[in-house]
Structures are given as structure tokens and as C-alpha cells.
Design a protein around this ligand. Sequence first.
Ligand code: 0RA
Length: 635
Amino acid sequence: MSQGYSAKDIQVLEGLAAVRKRPGMYIGTTDIAGLHHLVWEVVDNAIDESLAGYCKNIIVTIQNDGGLSVDDDGRGIPVDVHEKTGKSALETVLTILHAGGKFGGGESSYKVSGGLHGVGVSVVNALSATLIAEVRRDGKLYRQNYKNGGVPASNVEEVGKAQGTGTKITFYPDPEIFPNTIFDLITIKTRLRQHAYLTKGVQISIVDERTGEKFRFYFEGGIKSYIKHLNRNKESVGSIFYVDKNAAEGSIEIALQYTESFQEQILTFANNIHTAEGGMHLTGFRAALTRTVNNYLRKNSILKEKDTNLTNEDVREGLTAIVSVKISEAQFEGQTKSKLGNAEMRTAVENICNEYLAQFFEENPDSARAVMNKCLLAARARMAAKAARDTVVRKGALEGMTLPGKLADCSSKDPKNTEIYIVEGDSAGGSAKQGRNREFQAILPLKGKILNVEQARLDRILSNEEIKSLIIALGVGIGETFDIQRLRYNKVIIMTDADVDGAHIRTLLLTLFYRYLRDIIQEGHLFIAQPPLFKCSFGKKAEYAYTEDQLRTVLESFGLNKDKVSIQRYKGLGEMNPDQLWETTMDPEQRMVLKVTVADAEKADLVFETLMGAEVPPRKKFIQTHAKSVKNLDI
Ligand code: 0RA
């Protein structure tokens, strides 16, 4: 240090020592996540320089020797010594907590700070065994080294010539603080790719010297490219809307495109930080989207005066959108500090989106038409679902209706000890009817094929005759007239085949119960039957196995090799004769049934959404991978 040891220097060291004493306060943890926080902190500084419009290239190098460097071609952190502090801006930034870009005062093009924690690069210095800062400015290369957690090992020295301008920070995390100092390429790649999308025009390169791998991220279209990436496996509806504006409140960038899927994916960011909890920018965006779609529909007389407006939900189906704002004083709120609190961003985003999205629809009538049709379809589905619910719910619609003809009811009328089996398919239904104990067991066969409509929506399911039969048989009604007291059976048991269709129908039924008859689950009345997968016979001995593991155990217990034993694999319930079905699956003394919990059904409900998605390949894959796990209800 040039001016000797001053009180200020002691203060500085105390600041950095505090970071070393409680690293968690500054970077959250000292595990692998904390280690990468150091990287983000340094990268964020370079990104800030990009956001300010001065930096086009950032090169991140994971070095062979345990260090990591971030090299940018920004203006270069100033190195001249400040008269009052006796220190260069460089040393200030690297040794004073929260100094960041706030030094220099006055006109500051260094407004937007990307760092979520905003703790500054001095924290990285404090937690590094060694840090080397290099600056290229005025044709010269300057360097300053630090050791042992931010102690300057030299003054800022001019060490050579340089072309262009820029800053390179190389740091070696202190192994005394970080139990693991190994950087993870995937983590770094993922984060930097996102930065590249969010910072239009910046090129971020990654070099992993440990393996020789190199990557380069550059997205000319910014978040427009991000939308393209997110929708790469989806069928798009209309082209991409994109706007990038500087408002008084900050810069606002929005991109969106609809897809044929039913899912909505909206990602929001503030200063390149993912605002997972949403916030003001998201609220403004949603309001504008709904309003703009409705305006368009009315202006073009697609919605008539008597029609009601589309809802937020209607305009969300199949939407992929990114809202990215950059502001000088971001306020992060919420549980995980990932909710943007700046109230002015609501109207700012709303206004920009209103204006430019309306313009987009005017200028791209084909896209507008496709989007409008998509939203109208969603609205129609919503109204149909409601109408279907209302029909079923309408007072008397179910009441007084005679029990469905296909229900083989039990003779006992005491709901405390009766059971109803909901069985897939007429043939299994036949076996179950013959095999049951008719005193207390009722059987309701449901036609699998009818239920197994591809992409069945719940509105259609509710108006389905089979489902209506089920609801009438249960006796509880649905919707407003639902009354658990009127449940006609103590146990409601779903019995489906152990195959893909069976899994699908079970999911659908669980979803129905979860959404409309939840009390039946909550009060512990819903069960899933467990038919065996195998029957093993040897002479007069016969045993059933419910899993592959059990099959092995059974075979071992016979003490024989396989070819003397006959193994019958049940593919469907219909393959069992009535006696077998009774013995294995229905006899309360011997059977196994799984009680469904609300959590199980909730899972099924989520699965149901996946199953109903427009994308066929993922659906197929999902069913294939999950169909096997009948035993543990892990659908
Ligand atoms: C403020 C002022 C100036 C440069 C920077 C910040 C700056 C900071 C970092 C951190 C990493 N890379 C950076 N690049 C630049 C200089 C302003 C001027 O030259 O007039």
C-alpha cells in the first residue's frame, strides 16, 4: 500500500475479516452453492458492464490449477489513485464491502446491478486464497495481487502494454473456507447461457481447461431466442412477439409465443435475476395480455357485446413468455427474495405490453387469428366444463335417478360395511360379479374404452355416462349438492388392469375423486385393489405373486426349477376366473388394498395434466415409464 498503514486500512481489513468469519451472511453457504456464488459475483460485474453498453465479450475460464477467471472487454476498472482515499477505484472495489459500482458518484452509467446479493467482488476477494486483478486501459496493462483473503500483495502496477480495454479477475477460492473447491461446468454453463439470453448482444465463452471443453453463448435475439429455445419441442401458434423499450422506470423486454400445449410457462426476471415468485412486472404483464386479447376480440367483433370477456386463465393456456426488466433500485421481496416489489413496474410493463402487443396483433393478422382461436378454444373449454358441472350439479339432476342398470348392487343397505368395486371393462366386471360376496360387495363395471379418451378433458369426463353412473351409484351427488353422509358404501375400490390403459383409467378416476369428490378420499373411503401379476402352480400347490420379487420368492419356496412349475402371468383382470379373482383380490380376509391419500390423488391430478398435454411423445413416454409401478401407487 502506497500511503502506509492507516486507520482506514484497518477498517478495510476488519470488513473483509467479517466476511471470512461469517461467509454465510454474504454468500448463503460455503458448500458447492456458495462456491459458485463467487463465480456469479464476478460474472455479474462483467454483465453489469455489458448492461451499461460497454462490454461485448466475457470469457470465463475454469483453470487447471483450481482458479477461475472472468475476463471482460468493458471499460476496465479505473486504476488511478483517488486523492482523498489514497486508493485506486480498483482497490476500493476489491476491498470495501458494497463498494461495487457506486463509487465515482455523479453521472453513473453503472446503474443496473445484476448481483442478487449485490455484495460485490470484495466478498470474493475476502474468501479467496489468491486474487489477481488485471485491467487494460489507455494502452497499458495494470495488475494488482491479493492474498490471504483480500490482503493486497502489491500496489496497482503497470506491467505491460495492452490492446483495447477490459478487466480480468482471477481468483482461487480459499480451501480453508470451502470444503469443496471444484467448479461445476454444468452449473456454470446453465447460468451463463441464461445470462446470454438476458443480455442481448453479449457473447459469453466458457473454457474448461480441465477437459479442454469450450462453449460460446451468443443470442442476437436476446429473450426472443430464449422463447425459441423454450418452444423448441412444441408446436407453435403464431410467431414470436418481442418488444424492448427503455421507459422512465427502467428497461422492459418482453417476448412471447403461444403453443399447442395446454401448459403455461412464464419466466420473469429483474436485473437478470429470475423472479421465481413473480411480482409487479408479472402482474402488469398478465393484466395487459388479457386486456389486449379482449380488446382485439371486441374490435374485430369476434366477441359481441353480450359476450363476457376472456379470463386470465383463458389467455394463459399454451403461452410461453419472458418478461425481463432492468431497474436501478430493484426491491426483492417474498419467501425466497425472488418477488419483484417495485410498484412502478406494474404499470410500466402493463403500458408497454398493451401498446406493443396490440400493434403486433394489428401487423400480424395471421398470428393474431391463431392466438385468438387458441384463447377462444380455452374459454369454450372452460365454459363447457362449467356447464357440464352445472348439469350434473343441478338440483335433482342426479337425485331421484334410478341406480344405473349395470350396477350389481349388494344386498346389505348398511353403508358401514358395504363395498363397491369400480371395475374396468365388462369382462372383468362379469368375473367380479360372479366372484364377489353379494351380501356386502357391489360391482360397477366401467367401459374402459369410453373412459380412455385421448385428451379427455374433465368437462367431457363429467358428462360421460359412465362417470354419471358412478356418481349416482355412490349416492353423494357432486359439486354444491355433494354430501358425504349419503355415501352408499364404506369402501370404494378401484380395480383396473395392471397395464397402460389400466394406469390411465386409474389416474383419471383419482383425478375425478380429487377434484370433485375429495371428501371421499379425505375420510379414507377410497382404495385401490391389488390383483396379482402371476399364478405359480406345482401339482396341487398354487400361489400368487403380486410383484416380480414375490414371484422369485414363491419359486424358491417351491424349491424347484422353473420348468416344473407353471407360471401364469395375468395381463388383465378378465383372465382370472371368478374364484381366482375372489381369492386374490376381493376376499377381505386375503386381499391387499391400498388406501388412497389426498397426496396420492394430488399426484395423479398432476399426472393427469401431463397426460392431457397436447404433446403425444412425452405423454406416451410418461405412460410407459410409469405404467409398471402399480404396486406402490407411484403413478
Ligand atoms: C465503473 C466505472 C468504470 C468501470 C467500471 C465500473 C467497471 C467495473 C467492472 C467490474 C468488472 N468489469 C468491469 N468493468 C468496468 C470506468 C468508467 C470510465 O472509464 O469512465
